[in-house]
Design a protein around this ligand. Sequence first.
Ligand code: HEM
Length: 378
Amino acid sequence: MFDPLSPEMLRDPFPVYAAMRREAPVHWHEPLRAWLVLRHEDCTRVVTDSTVFSSDIAVLGEEPPTAVIGIQNVDPPHHAAVRHLLVRGLRGVDMRDWVKTCAEYAEKLLAGADPDRFDFIREFAEPLSLESMRLLFGVPDFGEPDRFHAAQRALVLSMDAGLDPTRGAAGVPAREYLSGLLDPWVAEPPDDGLLRHVDFDAAGPLRRLLVNSLRQVLVAGFSSSSSLLGQAVHLLVERDLLDQDEPMTLSTAAYNEIVRYTSVVQADSRACAEDVEIGGQRIERGQEVLAVLASANRDPEVFERPDELRLDRAPNPHLGFGRGAHSCLGTALATALHVPTLNALSRRYRVEPAAAAEIRPSATLRGLDRLPLRLLPR
Ligand code: HEM
């Protein structure tokens, strides 16, 4: 049954998606009050056709607080304008230096690890993702670490407000807090990094949207990035791929297969801006549509033996980083950070599970709260 916060679906949602994809690939889900779209072809259409499937929730008749609205929630032309400013800002950052400094930090975390009980989430994935964003933004810190983590967690849990309305309220102050962390640096940019290279003056009236979009970069760069790192290592450990005599050498193709297989961003929401037919169903203007990317990534029409992890899979047109105008702005960053990091972990240690992983109770962004590992030096 489709109950994404149930323990069964939090552990493994893919059998449920497979059944829905076969039986009702586009259907109305009353509790969510949204259309669920499960096939690869239909999900691709939903996330790429921004004229029909808008990112602006005002189309649903909802008035979101301004604190919430960033690049992920706007359509062209504002979307293109803000994305352009972010891309130009990112181009100003020395990526080689960023990757190198992140790798040094990762080495430091691994060198200081207790090999008998290493919580990969709390002691590696989260601190590395936080440091990677600190370096990217060019700031000395993101305030008090406990508050930062609490805000990120509240925000991630609030993504499931459609499934559990009690989670929604905490998301707004969390977003305000995280955007507020950036405000002083926007007023007085640091010497280097993304905040130095983003042209705030060019944003004109879109300045608030741009700052909120930078917050979305920060949230994705911490939460999506650490969630993926955790899921990736959990998967590799489960498959004994980090416990081999020879260290693993993960290629970019293999990394993309992990992104497909784990699908940490489970679904993308859009608002139907005009009446449309998709997968034989008539969807009306003003209704919400959820493209279930995780289901699309296991669609047998597109992926041969989709439930097999094939590290040499090619081609691999997964939707794990989205597709189209709103596709992940951090794909290159995440890949450049994660591939060498996972390889460095494997070069230094053979890795075994030390205890069961604890699953974070979040459905939209799948992740772990704890991943206890045993590290065996090579
Ligand atoms: C350095 C790390 C990352 C950064 C800075 C980042 C940043 C972003 C930003 C700013 C967007 C919004 C783009 C837009 O609306 O135009 C986005 C979208 C997206 N990101 Fe990332 N991201 C990162 C890592 C990841 C990871 C690890 C995943 C999953 C494996 C992921 C999956 C996605 C997806 C699926 C979307 C599309 C959302 C949509 O269509 O509405 N991201 N990312």
